[in-house]
Design a protein around this ligand. Structure first.
Ligand code: NAP
Length: 294
């Protein structure tokens, strides 16, 4: 129940009406019985500072950040985690005595299902990432955190590929022994699919209305190693055509639902300073049709 004492959480973005975050966070809040509510806030780019000042004035505890504010919010934060600096995007913000602090929970969200797998040595493995957008940045940082020996990014736009590679060449990554990703044009995809131990789709190919599409052609997927892992960041449909093709090869497959839940769970833990009910959050999303077959 919302009372006079209820504390505010939320998500800012433009548009925000399709955000799934209120569904999973309010389910978690209800389950935990804590005095919070999580709201969607439509925020135009030009109003970002105004909104942050307003949030501070009313004592809002924390919020998620989505498109188009994930980079634009940096100048308004007094503290940004190394991880968020490396990724170049903030998706979780909370209030400190000094001001707003931000981090990126997408990286740990991406890593959560991989960390549950019984892999002996990620250092010997080769990751191949499809796409160069915002999600691909979190995936590259995740591959660095796992210590993957080789990270290859395949994209369809040469300019964006080059910019993507350059964006990783600053000191934080070097000091952490970070392997700068190599980038490759889309035409070379068949070679990289055959070499991949971890193949990650960060493109939207396979989402509605193109449910029969896969970013990797069926004939190319036939060369995907049976012991390799196919990871699709798409959460609906589940499985995507890409994951169906990987399953036919006998590969391990992971869809995007757990990443979605885990990035939210980590944000909630930051705000509430207590463990998040991951199963309740997953169940809430599933009841909303997330992770369904179509
Ligand atoms: P984004 O910034 O728009 O990036 C999309 C990338 O896919 C771009 O590099 C784009 O290339 C590429 N692409 C689009 N269509 C393509 C095609 N037909 N062939 C080859 N490449 C294509 O989007 P994003 O924020 O990274 O999100 C990407 C996907 O990840 C979405 O499906 C999103 O739902 C999912 N996601 C899931 C989670 C999760 O928690 N599970 C989190 C974040 C994102 P161009 O730049 O050339 O257009």
């Amino acid at each position: 129940m919302i009372k006079g004492t209820t504390k505010l959480l939320g998500v800012i973005g433009d548009p925000i009406r399709h955000s799934l975050s209120p569904v999973m966070h309010n389910a978690a809040i209800a389950h935990l019985g804590v005095d919070y509510v999580y709201l969607p806030f439509p925020v135009k780019a030009q109003d970002l500072k105004l909104v942050l000042d307003g949030f501070a004035a009313i004592g809002l505890v924390g919020f998620n950040v989505t498109i188009p504010h994930k980079q634009a919010i940096f100048p308004f934060l007094t503290e940004v985690s190394e991880l968020a600096q490396a990724v170049g995007a903030v998706n979780t913000v909370w209030r400190t005595e000094q001001g707003w602090a931000g981090t990126n929970t997408d990286v740990d969200g991406f890593l959560a299902p991989l960390r549950q797998l019984d892999q002996e040595s990620w250092q010997q493995k080769c990751a191949v990432i499809l796409g160069t957008g915002g999600a691909a940045r979190a995936v590259v940082a995740g591959c660095a955190a796992l210590g993957l020996g080789q990270v290859h990014v395949v994209g369809r736009n040469l300019e964006k590929l080059t910019a993507f590679q350059h964006s990783w060449q600053h000191s934080w990554q070097h000091s952490s022994g970070f392997v700068i990703p190599q980038v490759h044009p889309w035409e070379t995809l068949p070679d990289w699919v055959a070499q991949a131990d971890l193949l990650v789709n960060t493109t939207p190919v396979g989402m509605a209305p193109d449910l029969e599409q896969s970013p990797v052609e069926p004939t190319v997927m036939q060369n995907f190693k049976p012991g390799a892992i196919a990871y699709d960041l798409i959460y609906t449909p589940n499985p995507t055509q890409f994951l169906k093709l990987a399953q036919a090869q006998g590969s391990t497959t992971i869809n995007g639902l757990e990443m979605l839940v885990q990035q939210g769970a980590q944000a909630l833990e930051i705000w509430l300073n207590q463990p998040a009910p991951v199963e309740i959050m997953t169940h809430a999303l599933r009841s909303w049709g997330v992770g369904s077959r179509e």
